[in-house]
Ligand binder design. Sequence first.
Ligand SMILES: [Zn+2]
Length: 83
Amino acid sequence: MTAWVTGIVAAGVTLALLTGVTRGFDTASLPILAGIVALGALAIAVARRAGTGTVGPGRCDGCGGLISPNAPVCKHCGAATAP
Ligand SMILES: [Zn+2]
């Protein structure tokens, strides 16, 4: 899931480094590099959060019934589901 994000960040960092090496690290390239790294870290954090939110149907600990992961209580027995 985060493979594409890692690829984009790696490509961006590589591009920024290549640009910095060929042109010399100036006041313009460093903020760009920092921005790419920050954007990548943010994207990875968002992707991880989205990954944990998209869980498939779970099973109730009380009755074993199939329940929605977003449901606060089991629709079969009313037991509170784990977050
Ligand atoms: Zn239940």
